[in-house]
Write a protein that binds this ligand. Sequence first.
Ligand code: SF4
Length: 250
Amino acid sequence: MATKSKKKKSAKKAPGHGKAKAAKPAKAAKPAKIARAVGTDPQRVAAILAKLDQAYPNATCELNHKNAFELLIATILSAQCTDVRVNQVTETLFQKYPDAKAFAFATPGELEQEIRPTGFFRNKTKSVMGASKAMLEKFGGEVPRTMEEILTLPGVARKTGNVVLGTAFGIASGVVVDTHVQRIANRLDLTRNEDPKKIEQDLMQVIPKDRWILFSHQIIWHGRRICQARKPKCVECNLESLCYAKDKTI
Ligand code: SF4
């Protein structure tokens, strides 16, 4: 009896039965999940990286500096300011203040006027002097080489930490997320987040670690030259075939 009953049940589930097939279309209707997965598919990410290599093989930091300390100060000054303007200011600034000791004992009012063209000069003076003092007190006047330590410096957040550790020391501590990376990572479907910390976590998941430093520079270059905020030059963009951004201009 038991054998007969099993046979009857399996016969109901046999392929080709009308009711069993009718349930399948509901499963196929998941386009949103599939589209999200395509954005961070390793093959697609590799294609994006290859295109970036084609377009920007020598991308690097555009802030002029001779050492890690100068890069740290220049990066603090670059908040809400162009690299061109910062380079104009630091050309003479670093002659007068060559190291952490010089900045730590600067006259705040004088330094404020010297960095005024970079904007937000009062806060930046506090950060530059505070970071220099902290480096003198805790790190022998040198820039520390770990993210944990560099974040203890006043005015230094992960973006600055990643710029300095990556560019000056070749240490891949994360991905630099500035306004360009924030915008382009979303346009290229590499993240769905707006918060820089979350974007960085997303990018660290999908971009191979040995590409974090170069990828950051390449995306920043792409943002400055082609994928600009208001009118991206999509006609000139070699990533166009991989981009599904809603604000594409072609
Ligand atoms: S196609 Fe346009 S929006 Fe997409 S990455 Fe290129 S420039 Fe940016």
